[in-house]
Write a protein that binds this ligand. Structure first.
Ligand SMILES: [Zn+2]
Length: 257
């Protein structure tokens, strides 16, 4: 760690931000291609309008979008604002994680998890799925990291408690809970342990019902057109990663333990 401490702090923060933008750019590729079962490596980025390849200099996160005025250089097709937004959100999340964890192993894990949460949120909103290609490796990674950070017993307990609860909900609700949600929460449980996976579920359900009620009451949406559960689980996971220890302490204190 000494070599990292030798780098001036502002430079390190800038590097994390730029790294976050680059990861956000890759997140866009994943969001677009994973649900279509396309490779995230080949071919390179191309315009959704005219299919011409994006030049390397036109592929700089956020900056290229601003320079090109949100249009393809070749055919002037409008490029959605969602792309630079995803890049910016990912970079800001990376910064927040770096401020929270510093140059530690926890940050390394976070640097994988946070962009994955962005990808899951975007894919679930657009396609109402959380792809296996994310959740299954997530379970393996969750177990490996969880075993190292919280011990294999807590990690396994989190996996089966989270996955089991959601499986039960899926059976009881007759399909109201998707298989993707079950695998997602199993992965989160393996990574965070049994206490924190309960917190993720609680926060996710809390946020989901507030937004859901708003959509039904104010926006007059039908239950079918509501935002799926994945984004709320992702938000719950993020809040738990940042403030889980504090929230659990507060809750136990509230119980007088
Ligand atoms: Zn084009």
């Amino acid at each position: 760690m000494e070599s990292i401490q030798a780098i001036p702090y502002p430079l390190l923060v800038g590097a994390v931000f730029c790294f976050g933008l680059a990861i956000g750019s890759f997140a866009n590729v994943c969001i677009h291609r994973l649900p279509r079962k396309e490779s995230v490596a080949f071919p390179g980025s191309h315009c959704p309008g005219c299919s011409s390849a994006v030049r390397p200099l036109d592929n700089i996160p956020v900056i290229s979008y601003i320079i090109l005025g949100g249009k393809c250089r070749d055919c002037a097709t409008r490029i959605s604002l969602i792309y630079p937004a995803i890049e910016l959100i990912t970079a800001l999340l990376m910064l927040a994680g770096f401020f929270k964890f510093g140059p530690t192993f926890d940050f390394l894990v976070y640097a994988v998890v946070a962009p994955t949460l962005v990808i899951i949120t975007a894919i679930d909103i657009e396609h109402q799925i959380i792809p296996d290609v994310i959740t299954l490796p997530g379970i393996v990674l969750g177990l490996a990291v969880g075993t190292y950070t919280i011990g294999y017993a807590d990690s396994l307990l989190g996996l089966f408690l989270g996955g089991g609860l959601f499986y039960l909900l899926a059976v009881l609700s007759n399909g109201g809970m998707g298989g993707g949600d079950i695998k997602y929460i199993a992965a989160a449980g393996a990574l965070l342990g049994w206490q924190k996976v309960l917190l993720v579920i609680f926060i996710g359900a809390f946020l989901g019902s507030i937004v859901g009620l708003f959509q039904i009451a104010v926006q007059k949406k039908s239950r079918k057109s509501l935002i799926p559960f994945g984004p709320f689980l992702a938000a719950g996971t993020l809040i738990t990663i940042f403030h889980g220890n504090l929230l659990i302490r507060l809750y136990l204190g509230y119980l007088g333990r």
